[in-house]
Design a protein around this ligand. Structure first.
Ligand code: ADE
Length: 335
């Protein structure tokens, strides 16, 4: 083992944060728990991810429990965590695993819905000590600085990660790289003075840590202006399930129509779509920002006297966007 590897691993064993998926005595290194935590942590911060992880395992302690559950129950538990494709894929993959068992190869894992190279490598290295690299945002930053590469490509990153991996303890090594990126080699104000591998870091020696990696070009945020309908009978509300493949797929939500020309035109089109004669009363605006989208909704309320099926929102999974719309209804019975 090289000095770099010894130093990072020693630092990791002495300093690793205590996190729910790291409690080996609790059996957390089984593939199911590792897969769940790594899926959650790809888009969700550690503090929130821990809450969802614990709640999820309480309801679905085994992959069989997850496979047996209806998708709706899985989405309900994921409510508020965002990136709901993760929950849909987890559920679909659980059904495959319940039939065929957990994969034991990289290809086997990657064939499952929602599993890419990161998740496959993380699950196999952390739960089975397979010598497979992982590259996430943390590892990317550590590698870029260690090797002074301001603009690393995906190919370069995976090659470097593969070359550096400690083949005697690949799981601990991968988690140590992630941990270093999260707690020492941070994007801003990295703690180079207390970095266990600063003597090996080319960016540190060149005093270029703050320039590496170079900022990524910002992805444009799409503005979406839409009208929304809150159709209620005083206690329940009309909600429809969004298409599984689209934005917020599988979650329930209020009817929406994107404003193409004017707000009145969009509202008229929406009312016509549901065969509603009334015009609705404007009850407020909802602003909601997702990673690549910014919603501005104009919300109209209608007291239903139609055949549309109304339901209680406690029983279905809602996105934060729809939860904000429902909050405007002021119907206490809803919550
Ligand atoms: N981010 C992704 N995987 C992680 C892990 N296993 N521990 C801490 N943060 C992570």
């Amino acid at each position: 083992m090289s000095e770099l590897q010894t130093e990072l691993l020693e630092w990791y064993f002495a300093n690793a944060r205590v996190l729910p998926w790291r409690d080996r005595e609790a059996g957390t290194r089984d593939p199911y728990r590792t897969w769940l935590s790594e899926t959650l942590l790809q888009q969700t911060q550690i503090s929130r991810g821990s809450v969802y992880y614990t709640a999820f395992l309480e309801v679905f302690p085994t992959v069989q429990d997850l496979a047996d559950a209806p998708l709706e129950a899985v989405l309900k538990l994921w409510e508020g965590a965002g990136y709901y494709a993760r929950a849909r894929n987890l559920h679909a993959a659980a059904r495959v695993i319940a039939q065929h068992g957990f994969p034991t190869t990289l290809e086997g894992w990657r064939a499952l819905p929602g599993v890419g190279r990161y998740t496959a490598g993380a699950v196999l290295s952390l739960s089975r000590n397979a010598p497979l690299p992982v590259v996430d945002g943390n590892v990317r930053r550590v590698l870029a600085r260690l090797l002074v590469e301001p603009d690393p490509t995906e190919t370069w990153l995976w090659v470097q990660a593969e070359q550096l991996i400690d083949s005697s303890q690949p799981g601990a090594w991968n988690e140590a790289m992630i941990e270093l990126g999260a707690t020492v080699c941070m994007p801003r104000k990295p703690r180079c003075a207390s970095c266990p591998i600063n003597s090996h870091c080319a960016a540190f020696h060149a005093a270029r840590v703050d320039q590496i990696p170079a900022p990524k070009p910002r992805v444009a945020v799409k503005q979406i202006h839409a009208v929304a309908l809150l159709i209620t009978d005083g206690a329940r509300v009309y909600l429809e399930q969004r298409a599984l493949t689209g934005l917020l797929g599988g979650l329930h939500g209020v009817p929406l129509e994107v404003v193409a020309s004017t707000r009145d035109d969009a509202l008229a089109a929406l009312l016509e779509r549901y065969g509603l004669a009334a015009t609705g009363e404007w009850v407020g605006k909802v602003a909601h920002t997702m990673t690549h989208r910014q919603f501005q909704l104009e919300v109209y309320h209608l007291t239903s006297s139609t055949a549309l099926p109304l339901e209680s929102p406690q029983h279905v999974a809602l996105s934060k966007l729809d939860a904000k719309v429902l909050a405007l209804s002021k119907l206490e019975a809803l919550f």
